[in-house]
Ligand binder design. Sequence first.
Ligand code: SF4
Length: 369
Amino acid sequence: MKYAREYRDPELCRNLADRIKETCQKEMRIMEVCGTHTVSIFRHGIRSLLPEHLSLISGPGCPVCVTDQKDLDAFMELANRKDVITATFGDLMRVPGSDSSLQGKKASGSDIRVVYSTMGALDIARANPSKQVVFLGIGFETTAPTVSASVLAAKEEGLENYSVYCAHKLVPPALEALVNTPGIRIDGFLLPGHVSVVIGENGYREFFDRYGLPSVIAGFEPVDIMTALLKLTEMITTQTPALKNAYTRAVSENGNTEARRVMETVFKPCDAVWRGLGEIKDGGLSFRPTFADFNACEKFEINVSETVLPKGCACGDILTGRISPPECRLYGRVCTPLNPVGPCMVSSEGACAAYYKYKGPEMEKRGHK
Ligand code: SF4
């Protein structure tokens, strides 16, 4: 906590808030791309410190939320198989597929195990040689290296009953997709801290050079976020866009090269479907041919028939910043954390769950404030 305290200094936050108010003299829309930022902004009451005309928009930074319905249904299909043990991180368990969730499947007898690391999934594979163990790989550049590491370990060990369903996503192509989506106005990006630890400042260079939108990498403490917001409002006001790193204690220029090496050994970029954004060129990861034996999609014939999106759910619009959660007509009435209709209400990093937790079901419809 010694170091965290400095980044939670109330006096410093108030000073930063004053400077943001001075700088932000016109309407601005800044997207926090990362779900952890969304939660941190609520937890620390940051919105209440900002001027009325500065809107923070929650973006597509929750891995569970952006996972396509078809992938979710494929997870259910795998879970139906008697010869398969499905291993997953806990945040996927309650996400609704077209007709059930993994939690529902487990209640009906499917063998689904929650693991806390990919190495836990390998342990299950070692302990159950007569079963196939499939790990459900979702998430961004943050989690993909650990999933790759499990594949490398399985290959080295000759563990033939382990595979991964790869639904990993890459963040920079999604930023590009957002900028190119009609009807979405974003004046600047608060870039995700965790992803940036892996891809570094340079991971966004190509995106920034192409679009020239103010972009700042931020950590998760209030001072981190407020500092990044100040940099963004300054750049927007003075029309001097730049790519900046306000999280230098964790993010370097080139990121974690070893994590990227491991990830790039096993996976390569591929076009991928994101909820809300559709298919994004090079927006995801797929297995390199050398590792095809560990690709669950190659190992099993997975037949997903027609997918059904949760009726009335506006997660796609929320993930792209078109609307805020209270503007979904199901928010707080039909859809609650206890009875989630869409993934954004399930995941602790989902925008709907964060709004509900910190603002309650009857939050005023004040757009993104
Ligand atoms: S409130 Fe529920 S139904 Fe509405 S967008 Fe969020 S998750 Fe979907």
